[in-house]
Design a protein around this ligand. Sequence first.
Ligand code: SF4
Length: 139
Amino acid sequence: MSKKKGYVIPCSGIGKVFGSIGRETAYIVVNELAKDKADLECLPLIVKGKKEVIEALKENKIISIDGCPLKCSYNNIMDKVGRVDAQFMTTDIVKENRDLKPEPYIIPIGENTKELSKKLAEKVAEKINELLENKVEVE
Ligand code: SF4
């Protein structure tokens, strides 16, 4: 039985706090919460259609994280790979935690932004566990 992992692909949202939450979330998942089960991939390489990257994604689970309704991560993965196993929006975690208003700056990110990223990372890590346990879904 091949060992699958969950690829976490945040959008490239640059200069905005919602993009920063996506990136921070991905780092927390890959470096802390799902270390042995998750990996990152670079969205521009997917957009470019780099063969090895697309093949690796096809063989594993794919999780997109986007910072706005344009959904650059989700839409580009769908376009190049044809499948996304789970999608997350950083705006949702902000809506769900009205008491944690993300700070307007991103270097470094603020405490609330960090906390929101942790909360989203917990959801993403939980989803990766679920996806990797569900052997029926992709083969
Ligand atoms: S989804 Fe929105 S925030 Fe993310 S890269 Fe696209 S335009 Fe930027």
